[in-house]
Design a protein around this ligand. Sequence first.
Ligand code: ADP
Ligand code: MG
Length: 695
Amino acid sequence: MTSPALDQISLTELKGIGPALEKKFHQLSVYNVQDLLFHLPFRYEDRTKVHPIGKVSVGDHVQLQGEIVSCNIQFGRRRSLHCVVQDESGFISLRFFHFSAVQKQSLAVGNLIRCYGEARRGRTGMEIYHPEYKVLKDFDSIPIEDSLTPIYPATEGLQQARLRNVISQALVLMEKSPDVQDHLPPELVKKLGLEGLTEAIRLLHKPPIDAPLSWVNAGINPGQKRLAFEELLAHRLCMRRLRNDSNQQKAPQLQADDSLLSQYLKALPFTLTNAQQLAYQEIAKDLNGVCPMLRLLQGDVGSGKTVVAGLTALHAIGSGYQVALMAPTEILAEQHLFNFQQWFEPLGINVGWLSGKTKGAIRSQQLQDLVAGKCQLLIGTHALFQEDVEYQQLGLIIIDEQHRFGVHQRLALRDKASAGSINPHQLVMTATPIPRTLAMSAYADLDSSIIDELPPGRTPVNTAIISSDRRSDVIDRIESACREGNQAYWVCTLIDESEALQCEAAEVTAEKLSTQLPHIEVGLIHGRMKPKQKVEVMAGFKVGQIQLLVATTVIEVGVDVPNASLMVIENPERLGLAQLHQLRGRIGRGNIQSHCILLYQTPLSDMAKQRLTVMRDSTDGFYIAEKDLELRGPGQVLGTQQTGMMTFRVADIARDAPLLETVKEASEIILQNHDDIVEPLIRRWLGEREHYANV
Ligand code: ADP
Ligand code: MG
């Protein structure tokens, strides 16, 4: 009897999966056994050794075993279960912020356990938060793993142990069944020296015994290479197909109103750079055409993308169409509102605002103005494309995206914004330069314009890396800079993502600095202040009344005060290079020499040191972006890579960059000669995501 194909076997045929659990798998887009095999680990852990507890240092990911010598509930800022484990070499604490009575019982004093987790410095010395653990009868009752442990993307109520168990069962079925269906043409697989698909899957789920972590993470695992290739190929095919679709679609042909454009340009206090002019020419050509523009506008921070977006918007408005300008955060959107109001209102153009916080009468008035065509430019956040938002005649969407949008969102947006068979044009601006490799895969559906020139009169910023031990020197330096009539920023960062805590930290810092600098006017700005307050503070800083501005990373965007020539960034090691570059772009806007001080916390890891050195040595956003990618590089993680725009299951854009050129070639061959495999490949790797992306 032949076994059924793997995609015909339902999950409930596996041991331990009932209808309830099956639903959980659906949440992961896993519907059958074949899907399960493609649910790939995004990293691995080494549980092939047991470490002596006494030798653990902060940051280690380790497996430990020992006897529980105490276990009790502690009350502090947060209630937690605290449990001390001891072996011959020392002891360590385990801490659980979520725990059940059963769990507490299983961790009774005297029990033996084996656990795995990351060591950190906690309230009581070395601690591990929420380790994975097993209670043992004796230390040999459960054998130690002989190969690396895969860690899978999971969802609430679906634990790693369960996933591993179920996937092991699927692998057994795979050995008995016809192979996993390989869509790639055999000659291509052979030509590229790729691993067979079934073997590749086996290698990823079950790395060979004794394969070290470095082997799986460095991308030299042939299984990984095969699947990364296929995944990148599927993404590229998807984007190429979208692009082809788009070329079949109709868009309004937009004729610019030249007198409107020249009024706008005349009112600007500067002339456009050549690069800005070129970018606009490319855009204008698209807007005059019959199919929808899909264009990426790239340029380093401060290169003047907003002005070009202004021209683009005006081009569409001048021909009688509406424009939507969407930004990823409220603060960024507000900054655009401020600029565009200043530019457009003197021209008699109605600029509207819509964010998630716009409610009640103001909101309904705005929606009314929009559908009546009275509002010509609408600025805001994702709220611009909520269900009940209706445009009279939308001709252009400008997205300022800061690496947060993926192709699926762009697609969904296009669908929402289209009116019948007419689609609006789209301009995507990125606030951060995108490395070439990334652009090649993430934006394969877009044409690109690059502003590769900064406005004249900028002086490159000088950057220094200074330890927080020398904080008082830095404060002296602020004092003398301000005495000389310059202004400064002090940027506070926090590991904690919580906005509330960030703002709190900034408040505390601002207070301290005002005491330490009694002769300096210190201001404070953060995301939790009322819009009116923010505007006041910014205005005070702009006119020089505030000399030192303490801020959270909100000033990353939009702030423009040429007289500010000094910036201190606290704990820069916590930020991505792209974000640091954005921040630093706030100074060096005038003609005085500017200085940026990266005030780090000791000890600094090697990686952090390297990253900060990149910042010190370069002010070129494209170079910094390439380096960032390279350094984050041969992934601490394999798989679900947050490149910011795309999430991959296996591929890692930095690590797999050498594959991209081949992926590009292969995708053209496939589109020409193997059109039938495009769909199944996309479905396998992008699945439902393609259709149900949320904007
Ligand atoms: P980006 O969004 O690319 O980071 P902006 O559009 O915010 O840059 O421009 C940065 C600053 O440079 C703004 O103050 C803007 O007014 C100014 N600017 C833009 N274009 C020019 C130019 N051609 N000459 C001088 N200043 C310019
Ligand atoms: Mg900008």
